[in-house]
Design a protein around this ligand. Sequence first.
Ligand SMILES: Cc1cc2nc3c(=O)[nH]c(=O)nc-3n(C[C@H](O)[C@H](O)[C@H](O)COP(=O)(O)O)c2cc1C
Length: 166
Amino acid sequence: MARILVAYATKHHSTAEIAQAIADELRSRGHDADCLDVHDAHARGYDAVVLGSAVYMGRWRREARRFLSHESDILALTPFWVFSTGPVGEPKSAPDEDEKWLEPEAVIAQAEALNVREHVVFGGRMPRDPHGFIESSMARNTPEEFQDLRDWEQIRAWAAKIAAQL
Ligand SMILES: Cc1cc2nc3c(=O)[nH]c(=O)nc-3n(C[C@H](O)[C@H](O)[C@H](O)COP(=O)(O)O)c2cc1C
């Protein structure tokens, strides 16, 4: 059994729910998982770390970037995995062009330099409580069927793969 930290950075909670599903799957496979807001998380003392952030305007949340930098010494010595929560709305016909909007390049380069085991992108959910004009118009203009693109089967399968490697 491994002791695993699942740390998340969120604005509208959809990333927190993904992190919770990952932690639940890890626990169901016999591991001990703590699921924490990255503000309250430290990598020290864990056998493995899963770090996830929502992506806004092509960037990870500041607190997740900070965690990656501040905890880099420990992460370099600890198996760790990364996910980004992002895409919502109608799937694009040429998703490759948008790669840097899905996974911020600099963050992924930093994680790779620390030997991240894997980094993945999960579909996100439009804010249910949009703040300001941009969020409100994005939410209003997204058809209901594309508001929540989180694929729980995909998320749990990813966590199961992590569980098997520990
Ligand atoms: C103003 C705004 C900007 C966004 N920018 C991006 C982006 O650059 N890339 C992306 O993949 N998703 C983007 N999204 C989608 C969010 O990442 C998605 O809604 C995610 O699930 C939010 O996570 P949270 O609920 O944990 O905050 C954006 C959403 C909003 C409302």
